[in-house]
Design a protein around this ligand. Structure first.
Ligand SMILES: Nc1ncnc2c1ncn2[C@@H]1O[C@H](COP(=O)(O)OP(=O)(O)OP(=O)(O)O)[C@@H](O)[C@H]1O
Ligand SMILES: [Mg+2]
Length: 610
């Protein structure tokens, strides 16, 4: 009966005859029901020889032959209407498919078939469903000449490459979501490798909360951590600076107001040392946010002067507390990267050049390692970096293309506006909204799309959804996908490792794919070179070292003298620098203990030598 229908399509040519023969083997069943978006096919669970085959499985593409076109359908459910299995005879099954689009043969003989997402002719009752041809499947995912890179294979047919249009994926931002351990970071590493190979002009900054990427991209990246980072405090905006000063807690508006007044004055003092402290507003456009250098010492001096004023009597507690805050931040070893520079000088070019790889010296990726950094620092630094990335792309007038890749993005762009740090959120959403125009792109990786700021997620045009168990997270992804492929997402909770559903601008049609396997040494997190043996009895674990790291807190403060230290702009590590005898604990200093007759005791406590 099937062959008859095929033959009635007209006088068969040899090619068609071959097709018919092939089709014969591929025949799966007939359409028995169809609405605007879905169809039901009646078929047999057994093939012609009577063996039960796996031809019908959920997630597969099939095609429905309509003569000049073939409708492509995706199987999303299979069942037997009577729910009973007959082991002897044939078993009739019902297969539900979602209609994905239409394939039409090219006009010229031998031309590639062309896929179209719309459906012009709906399947009639009785139309024959086939296993899809490889060429048709390729046509479904064909990127129509868009520049593409291969990132894996289709889950349905491992002989077909899974390609994404890399330029669109980047320019319109992308997101990789999935529960822990499904391979998100590995997918990022793979994507970056492919991207760098095809887009040598791209620069990438990875915000890496687990310090795992540097080892997986050894030949492409430089790493920056809190020890090597050099991001002077004067590059921070007022609110970012305040976040550090107030250690992520609620700021005191009066103190911030004082800062807003005095920072421009300190900047002015740095620029014109001879000028008095009095600055005329409006004559100089310096604000607390302008990224020009100033000295902490000048700022402190301003505060002191204000405290000395007669009319400032009521403000004195505020000023005093602000002064202590600034001083303890500047002395905090965790903030060394901000207050580190020996000389306060205009190093903004170097800082930007280092972080954003201009020039890149063959290594276009920067891994910003944040494990172990206090969260208020992470907050403000992410904000500064995201801001710089956007401004750099903007002011380079399209010459610099930057990708900002945010691992564990829900941490700094949480859905709950009360959480997270507003300036980071602003900076990132600015990239999400306007970055494309200037060549600043965003890549977002998260385990919890439900906890991620929905504005950011809605600006991502390409998604790689890996296994997601949580219902709320699935709902977020479901709301992002086009209706016509919504049933693909039924697989979200059951996908294997390395598997992802890709949808959006970067792919032609929603695509279930398996990422390429990366060699062990390139897998983030595990690529540490040697494997570390876990300790069984714990004898060989250096607890003292662990506690020392854990206690990485500012040393108790006894004197205000470090203001002088910063004033002379000389810091720990300067061989020529002699500490004033009356201010022993001014700056973190490695041979501090020996010099001042203190010896470190267990767990980092200090005792005076006898
Ligand atoms: N493409 C791949 N090639 C080879 N192995 C892979 C691949 N993807 C994932 N794996 C395996 O899965 C493990 C977990 O992957 P990965 O660390 O990327 O997961 P993740 O989703 O980033 O997890 P988390 O959310 O906890 O960071 C890897 O250690 C690796 O063994
Ligand atoms: Mg990861």
């Amino acid at each position: 009966m099937f062959v008859e229908r095929e033959a009635s399509v007209g006088e068969p040519t040899s090619q068609e005859r071959r097709n018919i023969q092939q089709n014969d083997k591929r025949i799966l069943g007939n359409v028995v029901q169809c609405d605007g978006a879905r169809a039901t096919i009646s078929a047999h669970a057994e093939d012609a020889e009577g063996t039960v085959t796996g031809l019908w499985t959920v997630g597969r593409m099939i095609s429905i032959n309509l003569g000049s076109t073939r409708t492509v359908g995706l199987v999303y459910a299979i069942g037997k209407s009577d729910r009973a299995w007959n082991p002897d005879g044939q078993n009739l099954i019902e297969v539900s498919v979602e209609l994905v689009g239409e394939v039409r043969d090219g006009v010229e003989p031998g031309a590639k078939p062309v896929f179209d997402r719309g459906i012009t002719t709906y399947p009639h009752i009785g139309a024959i469903a086939h296993r899809i041809r490889t060429r048709d499947l390729q046509a479904v995912y064909d990127l129509a000449g868009r520049y593409s890179v291969t990132i894996g294979t289709l889950s349905q047919d491992e002989s077909i490459a899974a390609n994404i249009a890399i330029d669109d994926t980047l320019a319109r931002h992308f997101a990789i979501v999935g529960t822990t351990g499904v391979g998100k970071s590995t997918a990022v590493s793979l994507l970056l490798r492919k991207t760098i190979a095809s887009r040598p002009d791209l620069r990438v900054l990875i915000l890496d909360p687990h310090n795992e990427f540097a080892a997986s991209l050894p030949e492409y990246c430089v790493k920056v951590d809190s020890k090597t980072l050099d991001l002077p405090f004067w590059m921070f905006r007022l609110e970012e600076f305040a976040e550090v000063l107030f250690r992520g807690r609620e700021t005191v508006p009066e103190e911030v107001d004082v800062l807003r007044d005095l920072i421009p004055a300190a900047k002015n003092l740095y620029r014109n040392p001879s000028s008095g402290t009095y600055i005329r507003r409006g004559s100089d456009a310096l604000t607390a946010d302008t990224p020009v250098p100033y000295r902490i010492a000048d700022l402190i001096k301003q505060i002191d002067e204000r405290m000395g004023m007669l009319e400032a009597k009521n403000d004195r507690p505020t000023l005093k507390s602000l002064k202590t805050r600034i001083e303890s931040a500047a002395a905090d070893p965790r903030y060394r990267f901000m207050f580190n520079s020996r000389l306060i000088e205009d190093t903004i070019h170097e800082t930007i050049g280092n972080i954003f790889r201009v020039p890149n010296h063959g290594r276009p990726v920067t891994c910003f390692e944040m494990a172990g950094m206090p969260s208020e620092v992470v907050n403000s630094v992410c904000s500064v970096l995201a801001r710089l990335a956007f401004d750099l792309a903007l002011w380079s007038e399209g010459r610099l293309k930057l990708l900002l890749l945010c691992e564990e993005a829900h941490r700094y762009m949480p859905a709950d506006p009360r959480l997270g740090f507003a300036p980071t959120r602003h900076a990132l959403s600015r990239i999400a909204k306007e970055g494309r125009k200037y060549g600043c792109y965003l890549g977002v990786v998260t385990q919890r799309p439900g906890e991620l700021d929905p504005t950011i997620l809605s600006q991502c045009s390409t998604f790689f959804a890996m296994r997601l168990a949580n219902e709320q997270d699935q709902a977020i992804i479901r709301s992002a996908i086009a209706d016509s492929s919504a049933s693909t997402l039924a697989f979200l909770s059951s996908m294997g490792q390395r598997e992802a559903i890709a949808f959006g601008e970067g792919v032609a049609t929603t695509m279930r794919l398996k990422f390429e396997k990366l060699p062990q040494e390139f897998i983030p997190g595990t690529a540490k070179g040697e494997q570390i043996e876990p300790s069984v009895d714990g004898n060989d674990v250096d607890l003292a070292m662990i506690v020392e790291r854990l206690r990485n807190v500012p040393k108790p403060q006894q004197s205000m003298a470090f203001a002088e230290t910063v004033d002379s702009s000389r810091q720990a590590g300067d061989p020529d620098y002699k500490k004033p005898a009356n201010s022993p604990r001014v700056q973190p200093d490695d041979d501090f203990d020996t010099r001042y007759g203190l010896k470190p005791s267990t767990f980092g406590m200090r005792q005076l030598n006898d």
